[in-house]
Design a protein. Sequence first.
Length: 150
Amino acid sequence: MAKTLYGHTLGANIKEKEVSAGVQIVPDNRTLMAVQLNDEPDVEAAPERLKSMKEVFEHYEPKCEIDIKNKEEELEDMVFKFNTIEDFTKKGVIEQSSTLQALEEDEGVYAKFRDVLQTNEKLRNVISNPEHKKEFIELLEALIDELDGE
């Protein structure tokens, strides 16, 4: 029993977190229902007897056609094909598109810059002063010009 102090109860209530079961293999004595994973509707919805996920992907050949804006704001037509469950993950989708790979690489570079700005106090002081910031930008532009010349 919890102790009381001036009418207040001291202690804690522990609530166990419910966790989802995740993906489980379907036993042989069960039936797995799968639907077509493409944008095109199926003319005949006939039941198929497929034994594994590999057979499901080979039979239905799921794919998705979308438009992606690249860095130049131009639309690119992309067709994403899904051959395994992993292809539905962020990593699986990015691996299929060079545009998305370039954007993810840029995101990593920007994240590194953000971390440097958050942890480097001297750099933050330079950027917070408008005069120092202007001189710093001029220095960076001179370095870029020098690197481009080589």
